[in-house]
Design a protein around this ligand. Structure first.
Ligand code: KIV
Length: 274
């Protein structure tokens, strides 16, 4: 007989129903210990491709693969039971065609157990959103500053600063909503534009460096914990200095090793010398 323990985590439809009623609190997680600690407090955990920069010291997010994302998402799913888990699809894994997107998204979801996917792109990607949603893949769209477009954007720059650019981003968000996306991440756009998009859409907007008036917020966890080195963006408040805690523990450990007070079988378990 097999015993199956059902995990009742927040679902995508539940997140959608938060619109106008409850703000969505979201952070990134890429590994089990962080996901486990965050789970109780969040509505959504994003297994972001920012792991490439934060976790692997790469200069941008372009080199991570769908298989690597799926592997990290599986660790996050295994160690959580409350938050909805969304896996970020990396550069090159969905832009070629809706069919390519479906194959990689289905692989990422079925091998990890994640509840949905996120992908970056404007209105040109809306047909792919429709294709995925019609085949059972919940899509969180990501517009505005899209780190996977760093080479075409010429860097990580705020977006939508002219009337024309703002209009384009609004239309990008509307196109994804019409295609069936369950939400839209608005990254690095002016506050007024984020507010306008939030009021215009009937699906939740999740802001990052956008506006407190978005329907939810997402940040990179390492940024708010003081674990990102010198790379913290201006909009990310540091809520704790976990870096200092880790340095303190490492120092105590190293001192113990050098002074010979490192725990051994003898002094931990009272093993008698023969
Ligand atoms: O990769 C990521 O972590 C992200 C966000 C922070 C929105 O896309």
């Amino acid at each position: 007989m097999s015993v199956h323990t059902e995990v009742k985590r927040i679902s995508v439809p539940q997140l959608m129903a938060y619109k106008g009623k409850k703000k969505i609190a979201s952070l990134t997680a890429y590994i089990a210990p962080i996901a486990r600690l965050l789970d109780d407090y969040l509505d959504m955990i994003l297994v972001g491709d920012s792991t490439a920069m934060v976790g692997y010291a790469l200069p941008n997010t372009l080199t991570i693969t769908a298989e690597q994302m799926a592997f990290q998402a599986a660790a996050v799913v295994r160690s959580t039971q409350h938050a909805c888990v969304i896996v970020d699809m990396p550069f090159g894994s969905y832009q070629e065609s809706p069919g390519q997107a479906f194959r990689n998204c289905a692989m990422a979801m079925s091998s990890s157990g994640a509840d949905g996917i996120k992908m970056e792109g404007g209105a040109a990607l809306a047909p792919t959103t429709r294709f995925l949603v019609e085949r059972g893949i919940p899509v969180l769209a990501h517009v505005g500053l899209m780190p996977q477009y760093v080479n075409t954007m010429g860097g990580f720059k705020a977006q939508g600063l002219t009337d024309e650019a703002a209009e384009r981003i609004l239309n990008d968000a509307i196109a994804h909503e019409q295609a069936g996306a369950f939400g839209v991440v608005l990254e690095g756009v002016a506050e007024g534009l984020a507010r306008r998009i939030t009021q215009r859409l009937s699906i939740p907007t999740i802001g990052i460096g956008a506006s407190p008036d978005c329907d939810g917020q997402v940040l990179v966890t390492e940024d708010i914990l003081g674990l990102s080195g010198a790379r913290i963006p201006k909009f990310a408040k540091q809520f704790a200095d976990v870096g200092a805690v880790i340095r303190g523990a490492a120092e105590q450990y190293a001192t113990g090793v050098r002074e010979g007070t490192f725990p051994t079988l003898d002094n931990c378990f009272g093993v008698k010398k023969s």
